[in-house]
Design a protein around this ligand. Sequence first.
Ligand code: ADP
Length: 297
Amino acid sequence: MQIIIENLNKIYGNGNHAVKNVDLKIPTGMFGLLGPNGAGKSTLMRILVTLMKPSSGKVTINGLDLLKDRWQIRPMLGYLPQDFRFFPNLKTYEFLDYAARLSGMRSAGKRHRAVDQMLEEVGLFEARDRNANKLSGGMKRRLGIAQALINDPKIIIVDEPTTGLDPEERIRFRNLLSKISGKDVIIILSTHIIGDISSTCHNMALLNRGQVAFSGSPEQLINEARGHVWLLKATETEYLEINERFPVISTIPADGGWEVQVVADEINSYHGEPIEPNLEHAYVYFMEKKLNQWTNA
Ligand code: ADP
């Protein structure tokens, strides 16, 4: 499986240029789309699931053209939108059965088997007779992924799936996606939560103001930040200066002063040493430093 996105643009009716000259190659496996709110992630995903047409550019999925061949592509897609809602008064299994019918599964017997199996897989079998609207936030999200997966899609697109979930549900959701990613499928996971990407995705892109600021592996992003993340030991006065001068990642009290993690090329006369960056450090480095430079240039 491969998705090739070439020079893609989306300009909304009001002039908002939400996706700008995007070029991306998305291979099999889990692909993380990371970026702050308003970066253009949802817009890009809505284009990929054929709910919205791009203003210009091209998307090819396994050699098929997203616009011309959309009737062939649609059955390959599973989508969990950000604002996923259920119809009122449907039980959990009724909802999933309905989703299965919509996705083209005509045979009732086949559908019932698929629904039961999927409920089992997402841990909702016990809740099958409960009203879908009355499920907890995490269970609703799992039902959301179940409806996206019911027809064995080859491309699964999930938009901000862990927002609002407690840590336990977030891990459960991630594990569910990781399990599916072992198959020959593409899973595109959009998020502004860095932990979602670092623990699951082999490939990623960083989107900012509609543009691809980085694409590659999380390790490559981290490599870019190596040597630019520091742990400084600061007095109270120094801390105030440091806070003015550098993007601060974290601060903890230590020995009557502060230990401060910052992103910087040079730390001048401050006391400190470079530390091994993680993806969060790399994200801050990229967003704060590189992007500010580019936009100021
Ligand atoms: P993200 O998913 O990364 O938060 P979005 O794709 O939702 O980003 O939004 C990207 C930009 O496009 C934002 O500036 C947003 O305000 C704008 N936008 C989103 N939807 C519409 C719309 N229907 N009409 C006009 N502008 C929109």
